[in-house]
Design a protein around this ligand. Structure first.
Ligand SMILES: [Zn+2]
Length: 262
């Protein structure tokens, strides 16, 4: 099936320039900003634990959507996302969900219409049954016109083929950085075009400043499903008693990530 037209792509890129989407080749046009000192990592007791649902979308016959990330890839990528977010005192209790893309026909209709905001068409691919679970949602697809996009209401899309411009001290792999960046939007952070920070467009930077830490933590705390460390410990114990091994593993990994910073 044919997907985007040239006209659609032009409209999308125009939208991307205004919104939170990241054209992967977008030049940094702002003047270089002095690298802010790294924030002091918060102590374990202050870490907030937030559910993160990683939806790996499958779509037979649609190589543009069908995501090939393996379990080992997801474990590596999401482990890196947690390491990026540890200085901000936020850790994610990750659940990986392998799901068929929901409404590809609707996606194609919206995509063909290609009005402003057409990246919103991707929302059609989110399976309704898991869409409203508490926490942040990241949908992985093969390709997008941008590296990733935050669509609002805690919904991010990230392409497995993301590419970034390396900066000093940056992360060694694009997909974790794009994921961590889009999650930053989900936690209320706007772009900030300092080269080495997480909220710069299209670079491998992962740094936060104090204002970003404060804002993201406030949003995380107000998000349904957020837990303090003691609450997450109690939830893990309860899940163990209930025999929910997957939830135990997800919470324990987030708690391990919350461990005292070196
Ligand atoms: Zn962005």
């Amino acid at each position: 099936m044919r997907v985007p037209t040239t006209i659609a792509l032009a409209a999308l890129l125009a939208t991307a320039a205004r919104g939170n989407a990241e054209p992967q080749t977008r030049p940094v046009t702002t003047a270089p900003v002095a690298t802010a000192p790294a924030v002091e990592p918060l102590p374990r007791a202050d870490v907030l634990i937030l559910p993160l649902h990683a939806h790996v979308l499958s779509a037979p016959g649609r190589p543009d959507i069908d995501c090939a990330l393996a379990d080992a890839d997801l474990a590596r990528v999401l482990g890196k996302v947690n390491r990026v977010w540890r200085p901000a005192g936020v850790q994610f209790a990750v659940t990986v969900r392998r799901e068929p893309a929901a409404d590809v026909a609707r996606f194609d209709r919206l995509w063909a219409a290609a009005g402003p905001g057409a990246l919103g068409a991707y929302r059609s691919l989110a399976p309704p049954a898991t869409r409203d679970l508490p926490g942040v949602h990241v949908y992985y697809v093969h390709d997008l016109p941008v590296n990733g996009v935050y669509l609002g209401t805690r919904v991010c899309f990230v392409k497995e083929t993301a590419a970034l411009r390396p900066v000093e001290g940056g992360i060694d792999e694009p997909v974790p950085r794009v994921t961590a960046h889009e999650v930053g939007h989900a936690l209320g952070l706007p772009h900030r075009q300092a080269r080495t920070n997480l909220m710069a467009s299209g670079t491998t930077g992962t740094a936060f400043n104090e204002a970003e830490v404060k804002a993201a933590r406030a949003r995380a705390k107000a998000t349904e499903g957020a837990m303090t460390v003691p609450e997450a410990e109690r939830a893990a114990d309860a899940a163990e008693k209930a025999g929910d091994a997957a939830r135990v593993a997800s919470l324990r990994e987030a708690l391990a990530g919350a461990g005292e910073p070196p």
